[in-house]
Design a protein. Structure first.
Length: 93
């Protein structure tokens, strides 16, 4: 699928703990979404993807600007990197 970019977020021992996505939109170039697994929960890729994509679509349907205040501090760097990557990727479309 060319309309979505996915980046897995991993802990220090390289276990997946979250996901950051960029989803191409009609009105704007793309929106970002994220998910982060609670330490008590077991990682599930499908649930993480569904949550992250849901947040990306939800941002586009609200008339609000995406801010880093919405994202846990531990994901700020990952979201920033995805923003840079998505700008390059979707610009070429």
């Amino acid at each position: 699928m060319r309309d979505i970019l996915i980046k897995y977020v991993r802990d220090k021992s390289r276990k997946p703990i979250g996901m950051v996505v960029a989803v191409k939109q009609e009105k704007e170039p793309f929106t970002l979404g994220w998910s982060l697994c609670n330490k008590k929960d077991k990682w599930n890729r499908d649930i993480a993807k569904k949550i992250a994509i849901g947040r990306a679509y939800n941002i586009s349907h609200r008339d609000e600007v995406f801010t880093y205040y919405d994202v846990p501090e531990s994901l700020h760097d990952e979201v920033h990197n995805m923003n840079v990557r998505a700008n390059r990727y979707f610009k070429g479309d």
